[in-house]
Design a protein around this ligand. Structure first.
Ligand code: HEC
Length: 151
């Protein structure tokens, strides 16, 4: 193997790792301050109590843009570079609602369990959003209760 290939491979591993580490740190380090003040500051449209160190995005679209788009791209077409990020657009794997719910909650190989930093309602919102956008037309929405049962 050429040295340059090896160096590229290493850089890819480091880059992929750093995305997960950044996300993990976001979870591990609670934001400072009074949680009530945080809610007042950031708003909490789904009515759930926002814990420090959690995402506060109020709906599925905003959550998608903030969290999922970083890897799956804003148009959900996926990407290949430092890692392989599958397209969520026109993806028949989203037909069974339990699958994207499980992946969001538990992670999958290179995908961290981002749902751990979300309320049940936020997970439901973002899963329902990707299953009804980007060329996906799966209208059987999941609920916060479904998410709670799968955690
Ligand atoms: C840090 C990068 C990263 C983030 C953030 C991320 N994903 Fe992923 N996701 C991946 C990778 C990598 C895979 C492929 C895992 C595998 O198959 O080994 C994946 C796979 C998936 C799959 C399975 C696709 C299939 O066809 O099997 C779904 C569904 C999914 N992600 C949904 C989401 C949702 C929804 C969000 C936001 C809440 C999200 N992902 C955020 C990296 C990410």
């Amino acid at each position: 193997m050429k040295i340059s290939t090896l160096a590229f491979g290493l850089a890819a591993v480091i880059l992929t790792g750093s995305v997960s580490v950044a996300l993990a740190q976001d979870a591990a380090q609670p934001r400072q301050g009074d949680p009530a003040a945080l809610v007042a500051q950031q708003g909490d449209a789904d009515g759930a109590f926002v814990m420090p160190g959690r995402f506060s995005e109020p709906d599925g679209e905003k959550m998608y843009r903030r969290v999922c788009a970083a890897c799956h791209m804003p148009d959900a077409a996926g990407a290949t570079g430092a890692g392989k990020y599958p397209a969520l657009a026109n993806n028949p794997n989203l037909a069974a609602s339990g699958y994207p719910m499980l992946v969001t909650l538990k992670g999958l190989n290179g995908m961290p369990p981002v749902g751990e930093m979300m309320t049940d309602q936020q997970v439901a919102n973002v899963v329902n959003y990707v299953r009804t956008h980007f060329g996906n037309h799966y209208e059987d929405a999941i609920t916060a209760e479904d998410v709670k049962a799968m955690r």
